[in-house]
Ligand binder design. Structure first.
Ligand code: ATP
Ligand code: MN
Ligand code: MN
Length: 301
């Protein structure tokens, strides 16, 4: 009688939840928010965050000892993030490929938190073709002392100018000081054309209303004005991702909003990581469910 064949040794199942060490470590000292709370926040919002942040080259703001200590902006990694954080090779100027990071699931987001990440920033392109932009973003940066009302009217103006050119846009408060006006694009145009469009538009806006807007990089030119940061629209540039937390006081988050809502806000940092439940509910609402989605291409300018 033959013995039954030995049962194949089962691989240990992959844990569905990434282990987060030092959960009690306070990383937002002003509000006593911990690393564990930040990890739970990203786990909770992963479903509404990943449609934008997922499968896109990302850069991370890491603050391993908390936001009060040294933070750094990280674009590359050779593999220390483990299995849930993936790599996409992108050609550098000299022709060689550098591994850029991307995530495509909650485990990826939480792994980054485990590695000390607070903020997620992303390219304006997806990993399938990093040379073609899938969004335009006008990052409105108000000079110190400007009222948020001025940012609102500026964003509405940018919206109207882009709408006249046939581009639908969606606003996002950054969790910091400003608003991003975002036009999703069907990936078609490559970076030089996208940057050129954004630069020209910023110049047009600044020339039509020089008292309100500037497209000049020099800080001195920004006094009392809103800088239209068009440089988020060049190859390799990033912008903060929707629902990313910010390494700023009180753990605010970047939040997609509607144009109607924008008029009623008094600041760009009205939500924080304790608001995950409210953010999920908002994102499912009729007015926000289509946020960031439009099938459109870069017009001529
Ligand atoms: P705010 O509303 O306060 O301006 P923001 O996210 O728009 O918030 P900015 O200072 O305008 O902040 O930065 C614009 C973008 O520049 C960031 O979202 C980020 O993607 C990118 N950035 C920030 N720090 C670095 C850095 N050290 N290196 C490269 N890019 C960076
Ligand atoms: Mn900004
Ligand atoms: Mn900026």
């Amino acid at each position: 009688v033959e013995k039954p064949a030995p049962v194949a040794k089962l691989e240990a199942p992959e844990p569905s939840v990434v282990r987060v060490t030092n959960r009690e470590r306070v990383i937002f000292p002003e509000s006593a928010i911990t690393k564990g709370q930040l990890a739970d926040y990203y786990q909770a919002v992963s479903g509404i965050m990943l449609p934008w942040c997922g499968s896109r080259p990302i850069s991370l703001v890491r603050c391993p000892q908390g936001r009060g200590k040294k933070c750094f902006f990280q674009k590359h990694d050779a593999g220390s993030f483990g299995d849930h954080v993936h790599h996409v090779g992108i050609a550098e100027k000299d022709g060689h490929d550098e591994p850029y990071l991307f995530v495509d699931d909650a485990e990826g987001l939480v792994t980054c938190v485990q590695m000390g990440t607070i903020e997620f920033h992303g390219w304006g392109a997806r990993i399938e073709d990093v040379e073609k932009a899938d969004r335009l973003v006008f990052d409105l940066d108000p000079d110190e002392g400007l009222d948020f009302k001025d940012v609102i009217s500026a964003a509405l103006h940018v919206r109207d100018v882009l709408a006249q050119m046939g581009l639908e846009t969606f606003p996002m408060v950054t969790g910091g000081k400003g608003v991003h006006v975002i036009a999703p694009l069907t990936p078609k145009a490559e970076w030089p054309a996208v940057k050129d469009f954004a630069h020209r538009l910023a110049i047009v806006l600044a020339q039509s209303e020089p008292d309100r807007f500037t497209a000049a990089l020099a800080k001195a030119k920004r006094t009392g004005r809103i800088f239209i940061d068009y440089l988020r629209n060049q190859r390799g540039a990033t912008a903060v991702m929707p629902y990313s937390a910010r390494a700023r006081e009180g753990a605010p988050v970047a939040v997609p909003i509607t144009w109607k809502e924008l008029g009623k806000l008094d600041r760009a940092s009205g939500w924080h990581i304790g608001d995950a439940g409210a953010l999920l509910k908002r994102a499912a609402s009729k007015d926000l469910v289509g946020w960031g989605r439009a099938d459109q291409i870069l017009p001529d300018l």
